[in-house]
Design a protein around this ligand. Structure first.
Ligand code: ADP
Ligand code: MG
Length: 167
């Protein structure tokens, strides 16, 4: 079944210069990248992305982490991978959430670490199921930033909407 998955290279992945490495590993899946951009993550975006973790004791630290405040890299690389069994394939290569428990050859097993404050720095995010993928992709991307039609769209006239354009 064709699926789509949101993949984020987290600030620790960027700081450790792992972008090329992670892209090369993920290219083994033969999935297609149908959207990609660098994002400066606002607190609002971070909290919305991780809203299911709100009650965790490490939530505040997690928000700082994805915003890049722990790594002096205030950006993440956001991508949508698309193709057959995309979610399972990406998650398999990513490895378990806890980098100490992740398969040692997986991306997280190879490059992740647990910090003294307890947060799992696991270098990338990947959607876990189709519902989560839909929520996350719609949160991180506008329809026009994705080169295929993944979800239904509608046209609307946005009135008095301020937008920055090239001067
Ligand atoms: P995943 O990213 O594998 O889907 P979760 O959605 O459960 O994992 O958690 C989101 C992120 O929160 C993880 O990637 C990791 O950075 C952090 N995290 C999750 N569980 C823990 C934990 N028990 N201790 C510290 N950090 C955690
Ligand atoms: Mg998750």
């Amino acid at each position: 079944m064709n699926q789509q998955a949101l993949v984020l290279i987290k600030p620790d992945g960027l700081k450790k210069s792992l972008t090329g490495n992670i892209l090369a590993r993920l290219s083994e899946t033969k999935l297609e990248i149908v959207a990609a951009k660098m994002v400066r993550v606002t607190k609002e975006l971070a909290e919305e992305h991780y809203k299911h973790m709100k009650d965790k004791p490490f939530f505040k630290e997690l928000i700082k982490y994805i915003q890049g405040e722990l790594h002096d890299r205030r950006k993440v690389m956001a991508m949508v991978y698309w193709g057959k069994d995309a979610i399972e394939k990406v998650r398999e290569l990513a490895g378990s959430t806890n980098p100490e428990e992740a398969e040692s050859t997986s991306i997280r097993g190879s490059f992740g670490r647990i910090t003294t404050s307890g947060i799992y720095e696991n270098v990338l995010h990947a959607s876990t199921d189709t519902e989560e993928a839909e929520r996350e992709i719609k949160l991180w991307f506008d329809p026009d930033e994705i080169i295929v039609e993944l979800y239904p769209t509608k046209k609307t006239i946005v009135d008095k909407h301020e937008k920055r354009v090239w001067s």
